[in-house]
Ligand binder design. Structure first.
Ligand SMILES: Nc1ncnc2c1ncn2[C@@H]1O[C@H](COP(=O)(O)OP(=O)(O)OP(=O)(O)O)[C@@H](O)[C@H]1O
Ligand SMILES: [Mg+2]
Length: 300
């Protein structure tokens, strides 16, 4: 049977997330004055996209996510998750959420915590324990699965929070700084995990200050500033990198550069910029740590 056009093209399907003219004011102590945390914000995230919400501290990112989930009542505007108002409990079945500052009962182990959330979310008993064990392994906590969450480090709490968000296999994931406090190796694992979710057709909306990572994984981003939308779009468009490639060249004498430029021009290309490749500290760090780990394995 032929599929309708709107089933094949994700941009034609109803948005997974839609924020319509959201404004949120918080009362200040005393009740007279208010702070406008989000100011007339509209956004759409299409199914299967990874969408990054960026902005300086206090720009309204977490407030937007909380309003989207119905945890805060908007002052104006509305938020829809898969077409259902975020305040409707029915919307929550499809959602996994990692809050900015997750709070977990300290006396539960990581495994018990996931079991609790899996039951709350109605994950069927058959296969539940296997799913929990696989998720704990996936976020690098297999070794600490039976330790109390109260004894977890900051990064370990973040990892168990992510596993909690994924436990019911949600179609929409909302992650408020998933890599905050996580070491670089863990952050790379989390980026990979987010990309896996996209490969499975899931939608991900995340906030982060790690712009290198955002650039690597997001399809679109929005930049907020004092609650207002400063910029929004596909990364390729915003960064003007459509149709560009970089070649990293070693040992080319500078007098050959003009000849190289001519050679490119003859083939329809244009030398856009000559710059020294940015030193990628994140890559250097990971390579150094991985090498030490490999050498450690080899000498064992
Ligand atoms: N519960 C609250 N009561 C009063 N004001 C609040 C409350 N929560 C947030 N705000 C204010 O709303 C604004 C936006 O805060 P929000 O937490 O949404 O920012 P953010 O973009 O997530 O920042 P960060 O990058 O630091 O996490 C800030 O001015 C903040 O002080
Ligand atoms: Mg925040």
């Amino acid at each position: 049977m032929a599929m309708a056009a709107n089933e094949t093209d994700p941009a034609q399907r109803p948005p997974a997330i839609e924020i319509r003219r959201l404004t949120k004011d918080y009362p200040l102590p005393g009740g007279r004055q208010r702070v406008r945390a989000v100011d007339d914000l509209s956004l759409r995230v299409h199914p299967g996209q990874i969408y990054g919400l960026l902005g300086p501290n206090g720009s309204g990112k977490s407030t937007t996510l909380k309003a989207l989930l119905g945890l805060l009542r908007p002052t104006l505007g509305e938020c829809l998750l898969a077409g259902v108002p975020g305040s409707d409990p029915a919307a929550h079945r499809a959602i996994g959420y990692l809050p900015e500052a997750p709070y977990f009962p300290r006396f539960l182990s990581g495994r018990e915590l996931l079991r609790f959330h899996a039951k709350l979310a109605g994950v069927p008993r058959a296969g539940r324990e296997e799913r929990i064990a696989a998720l704990l392994g996936r976020v690098g906590l297999a070794h600490a699965a039976d330790r109390r969450v109260g004894s977890y480090s900051k990064g370990m709490l973040q990892r168990v929070g992510l596993a909690q968000a994924l436990v019911a296999d949600p179609s929409i994931l909302i992650l408020d700084e998933p890599t905050a406090g996580v070491d670089p190796g863990g952050a790379a694992d989390i980026a990979e995990l987010i990309l896996e979710q996209k490969a499975r057709g899931r939608t991900v909306l995340l906030c982060s200050h790690l712009l290198t990572q955002i650039e690597e994984i997001c399809d679109r981003v929005a930049i907020l500033h004092r609650g207002r939308l400063l910029a929004e779009g596909a990364l390729d468009d915003l960064l003007g990198r459509c149709g560009r490639q970089s070649l990293v060249v070693e040992h080319l004498p500078s007098e050959e550069l003009a000849a190289f430029e001519d050679w490119l021009a003859e083939r329809g290309g244009r030398l856009h910029a000559v710059e020294r490749p940015a030193a990628r500290l994140d890559r250097y760090f990971l390579e150094t740590v991985e090498r030490a780990e490999r050498e450690g394995e080899a000498s064992r």
